[in-house]
Design a protein around this ligand. Structure first.
Ligand SMILES: [Ca+2]
Ligand SMILES: [Ca+2]
Ligand SMILES: [Ca+2]
Ligand SMILES: [Ca+2]
Length: 507
């Protein structure tokens, strides 16, 4: 059948078929298998309509990886990428035998070839990003990092007027800066620090990721550091963690930690007790990029809300039922092409129910192409923990949103960073200020200094103690160089490890 030959040619990594070449028979064939294709794809993750990616990306990037996940490592002479031979992977991640017939895989290739668009939809903004805000002055530290900046986290501690910084490189370091961005003290860490819980003023909980780049290694650590003796008596609490990206203290017990073991192909969200390396697993899936300990239902017990960003993307609530029991509830699920990156919880419309600000923009996985649905979203709670989209502003590669009342007029404004911005066409989208005008009307502004680094991390708070919230941004100049020229790579690599946006509202 000519149709199947077409599909075979497609997964052979040769040419993509132009729409005009697809005959009616091919369309008919695709229609006839649509329900089967949906069934196969939905058995692992939310169904992604073909329109979400272009033809080329589907056939050359996404489907080959998906085929391997279904145990099809080769089709018609073409080998597909997989990590099945990685000795660090537990059994069962990749099937020994195909879970679907090769013939069906050919039909899936054909389906997306016929149904997907040639090119992606363009970004549609309600308002262009045109004006620059006078809100912030840019402060650049005088100290430079040896080698290209790889800042893995930044955090403002307003009570101490300090900025905490995680540095990756030949030496991994935890650095404490004063409000003028001069170093007060620093300590070497076993791997790159990615988060610091400062809720206990004499014992900070520092998460160190182990391997910063994707890997199935379990080399992450959790350290306790006493800031009052400049970290000289730091203690290792947990080891052999699967690429942890955050840890938070939980409960009244001094040694109970919630850890996002982000991992790679395996990972989990877990609670560790008393330094035991055997945790209570809340969710046994990789990709937990962000978690929060909050009392969601105001019953006096600490609950957990967590964003998973790998494969099955979604925000999960773990309601604390007491006695160490948690009840899982999926609050929102997202398509696996979203590239979820961050969320914040707040009551946006003041109706007493928790709402969500969410960003998506990770663009390093299998479908590296600019996506019009990347950006920052506001979701409001219908009252029963179902959510509706109340606002969206497209930003390629959006990575984090910080909510603060930056202009001190009584409502929450926002600063949003992007790690996969469209650096060539519109580099200013890498750093955007949204002034809250009320009723889900946010006015977007450029911010000076957007191009001084490649912004991976951000923290907001009043560093200088003058009564308004400032922002610190961390430059991670390495990583996938999508959507940028050599000039950008050089600019970020020779740039500053971080900058501060000093809020001028209070001067
Ligand atoms: Ca609760
Ligand atoms: Ca609300
Ligand atoms: Ca405001
Ligand atoms: Ca300030």
């Amino acid at each position: 059948m000519p149709i199947l030959l077409l599909a075979v040619a497609a997964c052979g990594g040769r040419s993509t078929t132009a729409t005009s070449e697809i005959d009616e028979e091919a369309i008919k064939q695709a229609d006839s298998v649509e329900s089967t294709v949906k069934l196969v794809c939905s058995s692992c993750h939310a169904w992604v309509p073909p329109s979400m990616l272009d033809k080329y990306t589907w056939k050359e990037k996404v489907l080959p990886v998906m085929a391997a996940k279904m145990g099809i490592y080769e089709l018609d002479g073409v080998a597909f990428y997989s990590e099945k031979d990685d000795p660090k992977l537990p059994l069962g991640i990749y099937p020994d035998k195909p879970t679907i017939e090769p013939e069906l895989m050919r039909k899936i290739f054909n389906y997306f070839d016929v149904k997907a668009p040639e090119t992606m939809e363009a970004q549609k903004r309600s308002e262009p990003l045109a004006q620059e805000t006078p809100m912030f002055d840019v402060m650049v530290p005088s100290v430079k990092q040896a080698g290209p900046p790889m800042t893995t986290f930044v955090e403002i501690v307003p009570s101490r007027r300090e900025v905490l910084v995680g540095i990756s490189g030949e030496t991994n370091q935890f650095v404490v800066l004063d409000k003028d961005l001069s170093a007060k003290w620093m300590t070497n860490t076993p791997s790159a620090p990615t988060w610091c819980d400062v809720s206990n003023p004499s014992s900070w909980l520092l998460t160190c990721i182990g391997s910063i780049f994707p890997s199935n290694d379990k080399q992450g650590q959790l350290l306790e550091i006493n800031p009052n003796n400049k970290g000289t008596s730091s203690q290792t609490r947990l080891t052999q963690l699967a690429r942890p990206v955050q840890a938070h203290r939980m409960g009244n017990s001094a040694n109970q930690y919630l850890v996002n073991n982000f991992g790679h192909l395996v990972g989990n969200l877990s609670i560790y007790q008393n330094g035991s390396n055997t945790p209570k697993i809340l969710r046994d899936k990789p990709g937990c990029i962000r978690s929060l300990v909050v009392d969601w239902n105001k019953d006096g017990l600490q609950d957990v809300v967590a964003l998973f960003a790998q494969g099955v993307e979604g925000i999960y609530l773990y309601l604390n039922k007491g006695n160490g029991d948690f009840q899982e509830q999926l609050l929102m699920d997202f398509l696996p092409v979203n590239g979820s990156s961050w969320f914040e919880i707040t009551d946006l419309n003041k109706d007493g129910k928790q709402d969500i600000i969410y960003t998506c923009g990770d663009n390093a996985d299998y479908s590296v192409v600019l996506k019009s649905f990347h950006g920052v979203y506001a979701y409001t709670n219908n009252g029963d923990n179902t959510f509706k989209k109340s606002w969206f502003y497209p930003i390629n590669g959006a990575y984090r949103a910080m909510l603060k009342d930056f202009d001190l007029d009584g409502d929450l404004d926002m600063v949003v960073i992007s790690f996969f911005a469209d650096y060539i066409q519109q580099p200013e989208e890498a750093l955007v200020y949204f002034e809250n005008k009320g009723n889900f009307n946010y006015k977007p502004y450029k911010i000076k200094g957007y191009n001084l680094g490649r912004w991976l991390t951000m923290s907001a708070g009043d560093v200088d103690g003058d009564g308004d919230d400032d922002v610190v941004l961390g430059n991670f100049s390495q990583g996938p160089q999508s959507f940028m020229s050599t000039q950008h790579v050089n600019q970020f690599s020779s740039g500053t490890p971080l900058i501060m946006l000093v809020n001028r509202t209070k001067k």
